[in-house]
Design a protein around this ligand. Sequence first.
Ligand SMILES: C[S@@+](CC[C@H](N)C(=O)[O-])C[C@H]1O[C@@H](n2cnc3c(N)ncnc32)[C@H](O)[C@@H]1O
Length: 363
Amino acid sequence: MKHVTICDHSFMKKILLGTIYIMIKIRRLTHYQLISREYRVVGLEDMDVKNELLSGLTSTPKYIPGWYRYDKEGSRLNDLCLQENENYYFHRCEMNILKANLKSMCSSDVKNSILVDMGSGNCEKTRLFIDHLLLNQEKLDFYPIDISQEFLLDTCRKLSAEYAGRLDIFPIAADYETGINKLSTCSQTKVILWFGSIQSLEAADQIRKLQMLKKTMTRDCQLIFSVDITQNRESVMKAYSDFHARQLYMNSIWRLIRDENCDVDPDNFEMEVDFIKNNSADTMSFVQVLIRAKQANSFTVPTMGITVALNVGEPLYLHEGPGISHKFTFQQIQTLIQKAGLKLADSWVDDEDHVVFCKCKVL
Ligand SMILES: C[S@@+](CC[C@H](N)C(=O)[O-])C[C@H]1O[C@@H](n2cnc3c(N)ncnc32)[C@H](O)[C@@H]1O
């Protein structure tokens, strides 16, 4: 009798433990499948990476699109740059603003909303918003959009583990436009974050993408974005000439070698960084990053069947358009918001005048 009781207990215990184990497995599997399913469904197949590269390498002047530097290695180098580049004021000042103003940024009128993060990266800043939104709602649906798909998936796995059942993640591994199109089917109230990235788009593209994003927003939605307002040449040059910033930009070349079997020799080039100032109402100051041929040389890109020849002194830009990482005046921010068809609801600036966060709503 005693023996049977012990057996019963241990049998019940085994069933209980087994059930818990299966539940945990199912939960993890559901999350993982959710991530990998979304990952497959909305992957980069919508974007013609090779065609965009080809058009940059065969145009005059030659260029590699700025987003190309963001593969898994590029995202790692970006994180390293944020940690190690002491001259990179932008991230430090963004964090200062967020820590001091999070409550007023994330007002209480956004209960039961979903969270969208454009160019989500490692989600360090996003975590502050996730924590804040979860104070007022039991669960949160989170839609991170990023072109760096492996890194995005890694970040989602970490977030899934950290927030357990309270965060449902729907990653969109894609370029911004594909991401915005995917969002348009989602009718819930959205809090949309876009940190440190609008400024890297060409001026006309900034307006275009904000106009697209606006179409996914209702009156209750809000878009919070940050841009660089630094106009001091010395600060900008120090930040972008730093070793870690250069490594990040050079990843475009290293990725060409890794992914396209390209035989380009980086030693044939010298990197140049410059800051071009503009103060007119709609033309921002910007940074130029290029590698210049030290001697005439050529390289092949076997996956595209092309040979790229450069004359001595010829530049190869590491971004599309005249510049990257635009620096805004307040008037230029107003113009951008107005052309996008949005209205500025609030804004926050840091003490050093490097960064502004804008909260926008639809008109
Ligand atoms: C400067 S980082 C900012 C990361 C993060 N938002 C932050 O504030 O730390 C830019 C991010 O946008 C992503 N990105 C760059 N170009 C993109 C594009 N065209 N479409 C989607 N994501 C892009 C990069 O992979 C990277 O994670």
